[in-house]
Design a protein around this ligand. Structure first.
Ligand SMILES: Cc1ncc(COP(=O)(O)O)c(C=O)c1O
Length: 312
């Protein structure tokens, strides 16, 4: 394999390795492949989304030099802080102390101004993300601000279409199923669009934490899986682009994140654990000879100070 040389860090977004899982997959299953999205510059697939959102807004003329980009985020959208730093925009981010301190500090490192909405329980409650979005909307009034609005912005899924194309290239034998945990739903929707166009029989499953079953049961709840289970139906989620919604136990996802580190050498976060638990469910249903793909959303380095890897 040849190593990539780029003209700048922006070109280092995407083009991530696709790895076959070999140790956590039971017998008599389909093969399972996982994209290592933690190898993006800020350690998260959200770099793809932030690049798309900023560049599409620039192309339309909605975002011009001297303007401030505003967004509400759990921190993986430190990706916006990264893209804004390279392109010379101020970035004002509304976040919360419910999310990993590493993520908040990373955004500051890229030069963002971080505005915190306090979560009294320390959890991601159904009210938390809406209140962060409300605050971001308030702060972005005026012509010198661009509100990125990742939960409704149609430029978000566009940023993940390349991930779908990479999967097609990296798994030329075909993909029978793809699954991904849903926050704003941009990743699954962007990938699903490309997979459904090219492989019409490919089954797409969207995932959520079982304790916050908005997609499967219509109501929210408490959980600690950063980046997903936002407490409301994500506006970008399109029914025609997925076949199934699955609620996955957070404890199983956390246990899988630990197994991924110990048995596969893949250090990734809790949402990745959920993705792999669901990918194995699909792989059991499909059986030998078939192929399932999912993604490792981000690097587990973001979670080493928390309890993800120290639980029994
Ligand atoms: C760690 C992590 N996993 C999963 C997701 C969900 O991605 P999406 O918003 O594209 O549905 C996010 C989004 O913030 C995330 O940060």
């Amino acid at each position: 394999m040849s190593a990539t040389r780029t003209r700048g860090i922006l070109d280092a977004v995407g083009n991530t390795p696709c790895v076959e899982l070999r140790h956590v997959i039971p017998d008599r299953c389909a093969r399972v492949f996982i994209k290592l999205e933690g190898l993006n510059p800020t350690g998260s697939y959200k770099d793809r989304m932030a690049k798309s959102v900023i560049e599409e807004a620039e192309r339309r003329g909605d975002l011009k030099p001297g303007m401030t980009v505003v967004e509400a985020t759990g921190g993986s959208t430190g990706s916006f802080a990264f893209i804004c730093s390279i392109k010379g925009y101020e970035f004002l981010v509304v976040s919360s102390d419910a999310f990993a301190e590493e993520k908040l500090k990373t955004m500051s490192a890229f030069g963002a101004t971080v505005d915190i909405v306090h979560s009294p329980s320390g959890k991601i409650t159904p009210e938390l993300i809406p209140s962060m979005r409300q605050r971001a909307k308030e702060l972005s009034q005026g012509e010198s601000f661009y509100y990125a609005d990742q939960f409704s912005n149609p430029d978000v899924p566009v940023g993940y279409e390349e991930l779908g194309r990479e999967l097609l290239e990296q798994i030329p034998e075909g993909i029978d199923g793809f699954c991904g945990a849903v926050g704003g739903a941009g990743m699954v929707m962007g990938v699903a669009k490309i997979l459904k166009q090219n492989l019409p029989n490919c089954k797409i499953a969207v995932l959520e934490p079982a304790s916050a079953p908005v997609l499967t049961k219509g109501y929210g709840g408490l959980h600690s899986v950063e980046g997903i289970g936002i407490g409301f139906l994500p506006p970008l989620l399109k029914k025609e682009l997925y076949d199934d919604a699955l609620a996955i136990e957070e404890s199983e996802g956390r246990a899988m994140a630990r197994r991924l580190a110990k048995e596969e050498g893949i250090l990734a976060g809790t949402s990745t654990g959920l993705n792999v638990v669901a990918a194995i469910q699909l792989a059991k249903q499909f059986g030998p000879g078939k192929t399932v793909a999912t993604v490792a959303c981000d690097t587990g380095l973001k979670y080493v100070r928390g309890d993800l890897y120290t639980e029994p």
